[in-house]
Design a protein around this ligand. Structure first.
Ligand SMILES: [Zn+2]
Length: 217
């Protein structure tokens, strides 16, 4: 395998190219999310811990929390693979990589955030997608109750199945609030997961090359 001499990389400042219109919270709240039901549940939580949900500062809190959850979990009613449906047929058979895709997700065990960066690379076999689609793919799968391991695998599998490339490599590094602010309370700790498919899984030297490329060395 020959690794790309022209690696397509993501750099700071390129965010504007991700054809992202101005982001409005309400765009991310699906009409089928039962906001009043979340509000009731949040009120219950406040009561259960000994708060008074009717005091001035908390009056609007259940609604705010409900809308926040609806936004953070909006990927549940979306199919992130739709972003991979527009492919370009290209004879470009070198590695394509988008690094440092920031994301935030909610761990499904505690519903606390885990945040970090994803690096997504694939070796095409005649089909490529726009770079911004890789970021959208990550975001679509992240905005659900998640496990970092599953998130990593879902991104890799979607790319493998939709683009049928020669290989896919996904590495995610994230900090989990459920570990940093509660439980064993280890601020600064991070978790790294990787999912390798195709040649990156099967071929030892391809694997070593892609991983060092992802590390940026
Ligand atoms: Zn957790």
């Amino acid at each position: 395998m020959k690794l790309a001499s022209e690696i397509v990389e993501h750099e700071d400042g390129h965010h504007h190219e991700l054809d992202e219109p101005e982001r409005r919270t309400d765009d991310f709240i699906h009409p089928e999310v039962d906001i009043p039901r979340i509000e009731k549940a949040v009120r219950e939580i406040l009561l259960a811990v000994g708060e008074n949900p009717d005091r001035e500062g908390l009056i609007k809190t259940p609604n705010r929390v409900a809308r926040a959850y609806a936004e953070l979990l909006c990927g549940l009613r979306a199919d992130p693979r739709k972003h991979l449906k527009t492919v370009f047929h290209e004879r470009y058979n070198e590695v394509v990589m988008l690094r440092d895709i920031t994301f935030h997700s909610l761990c499904e065990h505690h519903l606390l955030p885990f945040t970090g960066v994803a690096h997504v690379a694939y070796l095409p076999d005649g089909r490529v997608v726009g770079l911004s689609k890789l970021a959208r793919l990550v975001e679509g799968f992240a905005r659900r109750p998640q496990l970092q391991e599953r998130l990593t695998g879902q991104i890799a599998d979607a790319l493998m199945e939709e683009l049928q490339p020669q290989g896919v490599a996904v590495v995610i590094k994230a900090t989990h609030n459920c570990m940093t602010i509660r439980g064993i309370c280890k601020p600064g700790s991070s978790m790294v997961t990787s999912a390798l498919r195709g040649v990156f899984r099967e071929n030892h030297s391809s694997r070593a090359e892609i991983l060092s490329l992802i590390r940026g060395r």
